[in-house]
Ligand binder design. Sequence first.
Ligand code: OGA
Ligand code: NI
Length: 372
Amino acid sequence: MAVADEEALPAGTSSNYDRMKELKAFDESKAGVKGLVDAGVEKIPRFFIRTPEEEHLEESDSDPNPLQIPVIDLTGIENSKIRRGEIVEAIKQASETWGFFQVVNHGVPTSVLEEMIEGTRRFNEEDDEVKREYYTRDWAKKVMFLSNFDLYESAAANWRDTLFCFMAPDPPSPHELPLACRNIMIEYSKQMTRLGSTLFELLSEALGLHPNHLKEMECANGHVILSHYYPACPQPDLTLGTSKHSDPDFLTILLQDQIGGLQVHHQNRWVDVQPMHGALVINIGDLLQLISNDKLKSLEHRVLANWIGPRISVACFFTTNYSPSTRLYGPIKELLSDENQPIYREVMVRDFAAYYNSKGLDGKSALSHFKI
Ligand code: OGA
Ligand code: NI
């Protein structure tokens, strides 16, 4: 494994550094960031060093009473009209201002959440030979293990490895899923389908639409489960776990362990998303911002690298970019008026995803590309 031996410098500041060669050597090892850590690197390879732009991001909130994203209790959603109304109002407020909230009493058993984290740990801590079989950048595959989906596009690589499983609408057959997380992946996907359906109903109501509106638009039809593993980093201040980005989907349901490091960019400061045992983090994706004509916000977020990891998180992206759908998504007609003209043009989910992926996590919103 070739590792940069030059002094750590931000990307692109020296001429005699063959970045592409280093990226390739890293990628061809098929062992991901964990492979570097297992090999005992004490200095991170240069291509992980965050860019000057990322360097100058405002520091985290040091307020003694830091802001927190809203926490919404979903108890009573099915059997109390009054309670449901309150929950819809809370989701509306949270989605219009933060674009992020946590939910508790969401119906996914805590044991399932714990096992999903453990399954992700087991997979990543398998021998390299086992993981290597899944390592690929071939997006036609339904199960892909790789480090940095945008390794060759982004300005700086992130300190994390990811297992992508495209679980709906056409799941892989069970034997295609790694044994270490096979059963829990199937169960977790079922739970995400159910909770996703509930959330799209509540979000439809929050937009003043019929509860089935977003589901009828097929926003809930597909989901991808991204199981992230952020190994402990020897120089966590020099890199990031995940660069600043907003999500390229309709909605994300995120499970995180107790380590922390996820931050959302709110009112020009970075706000920590406090780990809460048993809770799930929900965030509005770019496509929901687009179809709601900017009513709901797809907020930027990032993950700090840490030296106590591994940190494990599991993101479920509701999107249909791998189905053959040619459906066009633009601002929902019912939400438009003379005072509220469409801000975006119509786009197919797969074209949006292709643009997002070609750009990589460069800290800029993909949405502006689709503005009228
Ligand atoms: C993502 C993401 C956050 C995390 O997968 O898009 O932002 O905590 N993940 O891993
Ligand atoms: Ni994200």
